[in-house]
Design a protein around this ligand. Structure first.
Ligand code: AMP
Ligand code: GLY
Length: 425
């Protein structure tokens, strides 16, 4: 098979690494890719939202399957674009239809979907400028803190958690008046849920599904989960509190009704469902849906998949996933992200990276790198994701930290406490 993978982060390098191992693979192209993916296939200068260029490239290179990394092309309808054009509808797209992608593209859509299928989640109310007073009244009815979410995609920045009631009302007003552009023309107000979070990934062909190893990511820049939110500073899998009892609740109360709900709504969904979960005293509740894999969770979840990933994707495309077995590794996997100093604020790019060839027993997934005249240099805030296996989480972490010590670029930073909150569980 000839595969075109969309995206350029650590998630896509991990997917490329796994797809490269498939017995079904002929050529692998990554659009636009990074210095890491260039070692596994051919990077192509096509933007992930330029569907016309994607069509031309796919026809010229006899592409059989498009694997979509990030959410934006999904929300913008890449699945439908290929599905509805007779020249390219033979190309399988791994990812949901535009309607399905609304699970991530609209928080209000996701909340109404959950309410419609009795999927446990925080209570909520959706507000626009037309019913601000109802929004304020809903805030009055809730205990502090208050959760305000821009309805649309806001590059991971559209969620505010505010302690003071008046401040929450003020922020609601600002959001409705364009604080996050059109994304916050509608705002979802939510009950605050308290607990520890984890990420559950489901692969579905729209009829059946497989649940992938559970992961936990570390979003804040500072140790002890302090400071600004980032794209993710590290991840571990499996997660100690997501035991068989918890996961059976997740399966029966959340995954099963989600897949059944999509079926009932006749939503075409052939891809990943990422369920952001919170464990509220042993009871799983959904914080959010995403319609893609997580980053950096992919850098631990994909290395734990033993099955041929392209074979699974092909089964998704042909709606025969129920005939496949998902084989997984029983070790731990962890990843620690090396980032540019200053991230998630301003940072410099173009720093040469040394020591990559000295790494032993870890897999280095590139997140923000480019090849500049034969040299690998930094090109983003998140730069490298250093993944290791171990018989325990700590053993795996030790290997990642040992290798991080060998990798150098100016002003690099990483968290030394990935997994800290799972040790006391
Ligand atoms: P989201 O984009 O919906 O995942 O929200 C971003 C982050 O805000 C989540 O990962 C949670 O840590 C936090 N969050 C979102 N909704 C809630 C909620 N209802 N209660 C508590 N924390 C929340
Ligand atoms: N690590 C969280 C995300 O990918 O949204």
């Amino acid at each position: 098979m000839n595969v075109l993978l969309l995206g350029s982060g650590g998630r896509e390098h991990a997917l490329a690494w796994k797809i490269r191992k498939s017995r079904l693979l002929n050529n692998l192209y990554i659009a636009p890719g990074n210095a890491g993916t260039a070692l596994l296939g051919t990077n192509v200068p096509v933007e992930v939202t330029d569907f016309e260029a994607m069509k031309r490239f796919s026809l010229d290179h006899d592409i059989d399957m498009i694997v979509v990394g990030p959410e934006v092309p999904l929300v913008e309808g890449v699945y439908d674009y290929f599905h509805e054009d007779e020249d390219i509808c033979h190309i399988a797209v791994i990812g949901p239809s535009g309607k399905g992608a609304q699970l991530e593209g609209s928080k209000d859509f996701a909340k109404r979907f959950m309410a419609g299928y009795n999927i446990p989640t925080a209570s909520f109310k959706t507000v626009t400028l037309d019913n601000v007073m109802e929004g304020n009244a809903f805030l009055d009815s809730l205990p502090s803190p208050y959760v305000l979410k821009a309805d649309g995609l806001a590059a991971g920045k559209g969620v505010l958690i505010i302690n003071d009631l008046n401040e929450a009302k003020q922020s609601l007003w600002e959001m409705l008046n364009g604080k996050f552009g059109a994304a916050s023309n509608s705002v979802v107000i939510e009950e605050f849920l308290s607990g520890i979070e984890c990420s559950v990934f489901v692969l579905t062909d729209g009829r059946s599904y497989k649940i992938l190893p559970v992961a936990k990511d570390y979003k804040r820049i500072g140790e002890g989960d302090t400071g600004l939110n980032t794209g993710g500073m590290g991840a571990v899998s499996p997660v100690s509190f997501a035991d068989d009892i918890f996961m059976e609740k997740v399966r029966s109360r959340i995954v099963e009704p989600t897949v059944e709900g999509l079926k009932k709504e006749r939503i075409d969904y052939k891809g990943f469902i990422f369920i952001g979960l919170i464990n509220v005293e042993g009871e799983p509740k959904v914080i959010e849906y995403n319609v893609r894999l997580g980053d950096p969770e992919t850098e631990v979840v994909v290395p734990l998949i033993r099955s041929d990933l392209l074979e699974l994707f092909l089964a998704v495309a042909t709606e025969t996933l129920d005939e496949k077995i998902l084989e997984t590794d029983d070790r731990y996997a962890v990843t620690v992200m090396m980032v540019s100093g200053g991230y998630p604020g301003a940072y410099e790019k173009g720093k040469p990276i040394d020591g990559l060839n000295d790494v032993q027993d870890s897999i280095v997934f590139h997140a923000g790198t480019v090849n500049a005249g034969g040299e690998t240099v930094t090109s983003g805030g998140r730069v490298l994701s250093v993944t290791s296996y171990g018989k325990s989480m700590d053993e795996a972490l030790e290997t990642s930290y040992r290798n991080i010590d060998k990798i150098r670029f100016e002003n690099s930073y990483f968290r030394k406490d990935i997994g800290f909150d799972l040790r006391t569980q």
